[in-house]
Design a protein around this ligand. Structure first.
Ligand SMILES: *Cc1c(COP(=O)(O)O)cnc(C)c1O
Length: 456
């Protein structure tokens, strides 16, 4: 440990940036369960998956043994435009809280998409291009993933077709225009462009859509369009692999100053930023080299870890995707429309689900008004206007720091600040006007969607 004062921002040199992604599965004793074919209930083969996904990404999805995947030079060069992302010591927040805790955050909002999603988007676009594809389809909820993918596709000159959850399409017109600036075509979902979209519209007229519906539409479009594949911005193991760049950089920066975190916190939607942030630290924990406390933070209105079941489920509402064993609320679950904070997906990445099942990680849920209180508190002292999703992690980081204030413990806390919230000002407005309410689904509501889990 050096006595040098730790700077507000710890940057890595370009030469210190990771050259390989880390695949946590290689070190896991209990591997995540395989994806199943929904018809045969047998594990999905490489060939089956390759009809939907790019070949190299399928290989990454299925590989449980290779610990490191070299990051191709083209992707590393793109990363250099907005990475390394700063690791910030939150001195101002610590002072404001009057806590002896030391708080660090890894800031991923330093690019136009405003989130960590670009880390995987650029990788997925690269492999699609390398395979000679014409384009890709995807879904987007709040819009960060669609934006990131649009940027990545325009860089590699690929077509990009985005199905955007209808309520976001209407509430976030500026997000849509950013995507169109990068050349993507954006369709509100559910739409009449796909069979599954028509079916969902017939069953739920007037629905404002969900991520699960939009995924079904994007998959159908990809499978039925020559030279297209489907790409997904979270949940899949390949996405976690790409996002390991977050944790690898954070760890390298902390190692530079001999700092070891006690608690590592991330918000959890589909699990990609959390999985990416914790991967190298969790690897150490599993190998018995170090110990850390990991906390996943999810919204009380969409509580897959804390109130869901660990079971095989569909990844999408239309049931066209493979079955995945994960913590889930049921593929039918749609969070209450008053939920503004993102992280709306019904399931959770299989790797994180297995880690949670094995007791290697904790999870908590938080209500959206307390999330926005934390967001505002953070914005006022640290200068960054955080995304509502990221603010779930901020809320628990502050809680943990306040516990230290009570006990006098000088714990080191690391959390992922996944992005900025400039496109979420309608949610901030609701909060400021006192119109934001908290919705927590009842047990009956959750049972209704969990009852429909497939029998596997
Ligand atoms: C998408 C997103 C998340 C949640 O997705 P994960 O896959 O769980 O990481 C969190 N924060 C921001 C800013 C996002 O855009």
């Amino acid at each position: 440990m050096s006595n040098e004062k730790i700077p507000y921002k710890i940057y890595l040199e370009e030469s210190e940036m990771p050259r390989a992604w880390y695949n946590l599965r290689a070190d896991m004793k209990n591997k995540p369960a395989p994806l199943l074919n929904p018809e045969t209930l047998k594990p999905m083969t490489e060939k089956e998956l390759s009809k939907v996904f790019c070949e190299e990404l399928v290989r990454q999805e299925l590989d449980e043994d290779t610990a490191y995947f070299e990051i191709p030079e083209e992707i590393r060069n793109f990363y250099k435009m907005y990475r390394p992302a700063p690791l910030v010591r939150a001195y101002c927040l610590e002072e404001k809280l009057g806590t002896p805790a030391k708080i660090y955050y890894k800031f991923e909002g330093n690019n136009t998409s405003g989130s960590h999603k670009l880390n995987s988007a650029i990788a997925q676009a690269y492999y699609a291009k390398k395979q000679g594809l014409k384009g890709v389809t995807t879904e987007t909820g709040a819009g960060q993933w669609g934006t990131a993918l649009s940027m990545a596709c325009s860089y590699f000159d690929l077509d990009c077709k985005v199905f955007m959850v209808k309520c976001s399409y209407e509430q976030k017109p500026f997000r849509r225009e950013v995507m169109r600036t990068y050349g993507a075509s954006v369709t509100p979902s559910p739409s009449t462009e796909t069979e599954v979209g028509k079916k969902i519209l017939a069953a739920h007229p007037g629905t404002t859509g969900s991520l699960g519906c939009a995924i079904s539409e994007a998959v159908e479009k990809a499978v039925n369009t020559e030279g297209y594949r489907y790409v997904l911005g979270s949940v899949l193991n390949q996405v976690l692999l790409h996002q390991s760049v977050i944790g690898l950089e954070a760890k390298a920066a902390l190692d530079k100053y001999g700092v070891k975190p006690d608690i590592i916190i991330g918000c959890a939607g589909g699990g990609s930023n959390l999985g990416g942030l914790i991967s190298p630290f969790m690897g150490e924990k599993i190998r018995g080299e170090a110990d850390y406390k990991f906390i996943a933070v999810e919204p009380a209105s969409c509580p897959s870890f804390t109130r869901g079941k660990y079971a095989y489920d569909y990844c999408d509402t239309g049931m066209v995707c493979p079955l995945s064993k994960m913590y889930t609320l049921g593929s039918d679950f749609i969070p209450a429309p008053n939920h503004s904070g993102g992280l709306r997906y019904h399931g959770m990445n299989p790797i994180l689900s297995q880690l949670y099942e094995d007791g290697l990680m904790e999870a908590v849920s938080v209500k959206q008004t307390e999330v926005f209180e934390a967001a505002e508190q953070f914005a006022r002292v640290e200068g960054i206007l955080p995304a509502p999703e990221s603010s779930h992690a901020i809320k628990i980081a502050i809680d943990e720091a306040m516990k230290c204030k009570e006990t006098g413990e000088e714990k080191t806390i690391l959390f992922g600040l996944t992005g900025t919230g400039y496109f979420d000002m309608m949610a901030y407005e609701k909060f400021h006007d006192g119109k934001m309410t908290d919705y927590v689904p009842s047990d009956e509501e959750l049972e209704a969607s969990l009852k429909k889990l497939p029998k596997v």
